[in-house]
Design a protein around this ligand. Structure first.
Ligand SMILES: *[C@@H]1O[C@H](CO)[C@@H](O)[C@H](O)[C@H]1NC(C)=O
Ligand SMILES: *[C@@H]1O[C@H](CO)[C@@H](O)[C@H](O)[C@H]1NC(C)=O
Ligand SMILES: *[C@@H]1O[C@H](CO)[C@@H](O)[C@H](O)[C@H]1NC(C)=O
Length: 363
């Protein structure tokens, strides 16, 4: 009796446990035991090797993932979903470790889009003195021949393909496999950018004014456009429909908008690690927000008006002050990029002066 009462109290105080109530009771007990032993909360900053060890201990995550979203969050299942195209040496750079890894989300058939990105914001050498690595992450597409993909990869050596269907509902899986790749093959990078293909990105502003290579990276850093107090959409026809049994609360914790957010490497590894113990949520931005919440990490606000989510008509000097504009067509991107690059000479240093960096500098 006492124990049951204790469990109910635990559950009521913990949103994730409440969600889990819908899951297997036996599993819930195991989870509660682990949780009460402190295994639930991360202690300090997990190093890469401690994370591997952690993964090898008996796992309990399987039951938390609902049948319709079988996600690979342990070592075994990352073999179930192997990297079919991979570049394990991409981050072994002579002359230093990468400052930023760009994980660009595209689908196999998006070859034209990828070319546009390679030629524009995805160019690894646009920010002088800073090592950037760009990779395109994708799953499988039933109606696209892998032959073309192999040719493309032969030429550019920048495709990561994971063996699961690349669908809207597998987005969380895709993001996590990106973080998994960082953990396995690029654990030294300072920052990781998760970015969708349909955006305009200004790597210069992102690196120099938001991430600031001259400063120590902060362990628990994630920024982008931040949604706060969002209400889950319960209308079934909506693409972002959230079933009650997946997430029952009235509001989401703060999360970074899906088109583009950047996190520090230590936080990326923490998210990956805690994700294995979280119930599956197919909206990847919400899911990462739930992981942050569980980790007790708040997204860091970016300077106002740097991550635009509702598009913007191109203008050279305005765009110097943005880090990301979503959505942005790739045809337009190719068209404006040469002009955009002239902006560093012809535009006033607007954005630098007016920028509220206090929040970012307060460390
Ligand atoms: C990337 O940028 C560098 C320097 O700005 C330039 O020399 C190179 O041609 C660019 N690469 C592509 C693929 O556009
Ligand atoms: C996610 O990928 C798996 C593996 O390919 C597939 O079986 C499943 O149908 C996909 N899930 C959704 C919701 O598309
Ligand atoms: C402006 O950008 C070009 C091309 O990226 C670069 O070569 C040049 O040094 C930059 N100039 C200034 C003043 O930053």
């Amino acid at each position: 009796m006492n124990m049951n009462f204790g469990i109910m109290r635990l559950i009521r105080g913990n949103p994730v446990l409440e969600v889990l109530l819908g899951a297997t009771c036996g599993g819930l007990l195991v989870l509660l035991v682990r949780w009460s032993q402190g295994a639930w909360m991360p202690s300090g900053e997990p190093t890469y090797s401690s994370r591997i060890e952690d993964t090898l201990t008996p796992t309990l995550e399987k039951f938390t993932w609902q049948a319709q979203f079988p996600l690979p969050l342990d070592r075994e299942s990352s073999q179930v979903f192997p990297f079919l195209l991979n570049h394990p040496d991409k981050c072994k750079v002579s002359g230093g470790v990468p400052f930023l890894v760009m994980l660009v989300m595209t689908q196999p058939q998006d070859q034209v889009l990828r070319d546009a990105i390679r030629y524009t914001w995805g160019n690894e050498t646009t920010v002088p003195g800073v090592i950037i690595r760009r990779l395109f992450l994708m799953g499988l597409s039933s109606d696209f021949s892998s032959h073309h993909l192999l040719e493309e990869d032969e030429k550019h050596k920048d495709l990561l393909q994971v063996g699961f269907l690349d669908t809207y509902h597998n987005q969380t899986l895709k993001t996590l496999m990106g973080l998994e790749w960082v953990a396995q093959y690029c654990p030294m990078t300072h920052y990781v950018l998760k970015v969708n293909g349909n955006v305009f990105l200004n790597p210069h502003l992102l690196v120099q004014q938001i991430l600031k290579p001259e400063q120590q990276p902060w362990p628990d850093f994630i920024t982008g456009c931040i949604y706060r107090n969002r209400i889950p959409i319960r209308r079934q026809s909506h693409p972002q429909y959230m079933p009650l049994d997946m997430f029952s609360h009235a509001r989401y914790p703060p999360y970074c908008c899906s088109p583009g957010y950047v996190l520090s490497r230590p936080l990326a590894l923490k998210v990956l690690s805690i994700a294995r113990r979280m119930p599956a949520v197919h909206l990847e931005d919400v899911f990462v927000g739930l992981c942050l919440h569980q980790l007790g990490v708040e997204p860091t606000p970016s300077p106002p008006n740097t991550f635009l989510m509702f598009g913007r008509l191109y203008n050279r000097c305005d765009f110097r002050g943005f880090a990301l504009v979503h959505p942005f067509k790739h045809q337009k991107l190719l068209q404006v990029w040469p002009d955009f690059q002239k902006g560093n000479i012809t535009c006033p240093l607007k954005g630098r002066v007016g920028m509220e960096t206090s929040q970012l500098d307060s460390n």
